[in-house]
Design a protein around this ligand. Structure first.
Ligand code: B12
Ligand code: SF4
Length: 491
């Protein structure tokens, strides 16, 4: 018998989870490859402070083995509700698990939250009937009230009074209980429940980057992004350093993945953060994603001194008109300046570009490739646009294409086909480091630390090998020679 209203969070984490192909480049550290959702750690921490509780279990796939892990957990914990935190990409695979759980435990309510259900609450309830409730937006208070209600046997008419939920009533009407007012002062949020992942007192292995967020919301409105826009709030920098220090002591952790969409919130915020880390003499390392134009050269220098290892910026487009039309609120010059500062200081720099924004052509994509080379970051990623539910790009899709994510057929919102965009992105990525400017900045010269120079070197060598093999494969004569050599060596 549970003494407090309790939710069991479940997640599917493929065993080969590695979004940025880190293993191909010999990265020792995980660089945020930790697949666990911060949302689950944040929500559990909140519940614990408010008379409820949360447990967390994950499995590889919704197959028999994975379902056994989930069912064993439900049997052991006997929760009042089961929860999933979902992005669009995970919807279909996770729903398989939801359906199977519903078959076995029809009486346990299943609630989902996160970016996807938040963007499409009614659609989720309508099309995924094994899901009982959707939590829309920030979930701390909604989940606390929901869990308290279901554990006391409240009916749907009572649950209808809780803002931030969407579900089907007894007479099959879909209700959306309206927007949940956000937590104004996020400094009241407790430390994430890291103990769901690690036992206090144990030292997580070297490759672990502890996730951390310092802000909720965003005040920009990029057209490709599905983050709920507006109402940006940042933690007090001193509070962030308190948190880092506590976790550092409790778990012996020294590496943090700052997972904010952009960090730091402001320049004066960053100065206070650096003052505090220096004052306390903390020996930490961290990486973060920033916006072009936020940090100054002096701030990058200071950041490197206090442990910043790598920084990413979303540049997205090299054509000024496209950049403007996607409402990124940066200019090419801001990106030039920020990247040049990072390279001067020797922080491992990552640039993100998107191919396939509205109105893109081969010319604008070539402009992005050229600009990425001019910026000369340590690594670049050219992503093909995903018109994600919740984003402005999604709204530009015709109705019959809006459920692309259910069928796995990515649509294009520009004149180029997805296949062409993918091929351009693959080719550009392969060729990116094969330049003299890259060699001199990141492999032979520049100020990268040995750990990161080794990654850049590997990036260069892996691509050089793939590119040379590709050329060889394309030449008829060389193809014959290669096959001949292979046969000789195989004996
Ligand atoms: C850090 C991050 C990553 C990291 C870590 C991912 C991870 N597993 O946590 C990395 C770099 C690995 C990553 C990868 C990807 N990401 Co990402 N990522 C983010 C980022 C910047 C922050 C996420 C975060 O930790 N937020 C802090 C937590 C506390 O907020 P939250 O998740 O929204 O949770 C709150 C509410 O949503 C709600 N809630 C959430 N879950 C639940 C569950 C229940 C039951 C309840 C009641 C409430 C609830 O309560 C929480 C607290 O208020 C967001 C953008 C953003 N600012 O949110 C994008 C974002 C989540 N990522 C996105 C995408 C697309 C991806 C990738 C698919 C990219 C790719 N093609 O590989 C992968 C998918 C990985 C995965 N399976 O999650 C999109 C998702 C949009 C969508 N509709 O799907 C976002 C929103 C960015 C965007 N541009 O739109 N990502
Ligand atoms: S991509 Fe744009 S809208 Fe989305 S979180 Fe980053 S700055 Fe905000």
């Amino acid at each position: 018998m549970l003494d407090r209203p309790t939710i069991l969070f479940l997640a599917l984490i493929p065993s080969d989870y590695s979004p940025y192909l880190a293993s191909d480049y010999g990265m020792e550290r995980s660089f945020d490859l930790m697949p666990h959702k911060l949302s689950i750690l944040m929500l559990t921490a909140w519940l614990r402070e408010h008379g409820c509780d949360g447990h967390y279990v994950w499995a590889n796939a919704p197959d028999d083995e994975g379902m056994k892990v989930f069912i064993d957990a439900v049997e052991k914990i006997n929760p009042n509700a089961i929860g999933f935190s979902l992005v669009t990409e995970e919807m279909m695979s996770n729903y398989k698990a939801v359906e199977k759980l519903k078959e076995v435990y029809p009486e346990i309510p299943i609630i989902v939250g996160g970016p996807h259900p938040t963007a499409l609450p009614e659609h989720t309830i309508e099309n995924f009937p094994a899901i009982d409730f959707v939590s829309v937006g920030e979930g701390e208070k909604t989940l606390e009230e929901f869990l308290t209600a279901v554990s006391s046997g409240a009916g749907k008419d009572e649950i209808e009074k809780i803002p931030g939920l969407c579900f089907k009533t007894e007479n099959s009407r879909i209700v959306n209980t309206g927007a949940r007012i956000c937590i104004e002062d996020i400094n009241i949020l407790p430390d994430p429940a890291y103990d769901l992942l690690f036992r206090p007192g144990t030292h997580p292995d070297k490759s672990t980057a502890f996730p951390l967020v310092c802000s909720y919301g965003c005040y920009f409105r990029c057209t490709f992004c599905s983050v709920p826009h507006g109402h940006y709030r940042a933690l007090n920098p001193v509070r962030v350093v308190d948190r880092i220090e506590r976790v550092n002591k409790q778990y012996g952790v020294e590496y943090f993945a700052i997972r904010d969409s952009f960090w730091p919130p402001r320049r004066d915020w960053l100065d206070r953060f650096c003052d505090e880390v220096e004052k306390r003499g903390l020996k930490i390392s961290f990486h973060f994603q920033t916006r072009a134009g936020t940090c100054t050269l002096e701030q990058f220098e200071r950041l490197k001194k206090i442990g910043a290892k790598a920084t990413a910026i979303g540049v997205e487009a090299g054509d000024p008109d496209v950049l403007k039309s996607i409402k990124k609120s940066i200019t090419l010059n801001m990106a030039r300046r920020t990247m040049s500062d990072m390279n001067k200081v020797g922080i491992f720099s990552i640039a993100f570009f998107i191919f396939g924004n509205l109105g893109e052509t081969r010319r604008t994509i070539q402009a992005s490739i050229d600009f990425s080379k001019e910026l000369n970051s340590s690594v670049v990623f050219y992503h093909v646009l995903y018109p994600l539910p919740g984003s402005e790009a999604f709204l530009s899709l015709p109705d019959d294409k809006k459920s692309w994510w259910m069928h796995g057929t990515l649509p294009s919102i520009c004149d180029l086909e997805v296949r062409e965009l993918e091929s351009l992105s693959r080719e550009a990525f392969l060729r990116y480091p094969l330049r003299w400017a890259y060699l001199t900045q990141h492999v032979l010269g520049g100020k990268l630390t040995p750990e990161f120079r080794a990654i850049a070197r590997r990036f260069y060598l892996v691509h050089l090998k793939k590119y040379s093999l590709g050329i060889a494969e394309r030449s008829k004569f060389l193809r014959v020679v290669i096959h001949g050599l292979k046969r000789i060596f195989r004996g």
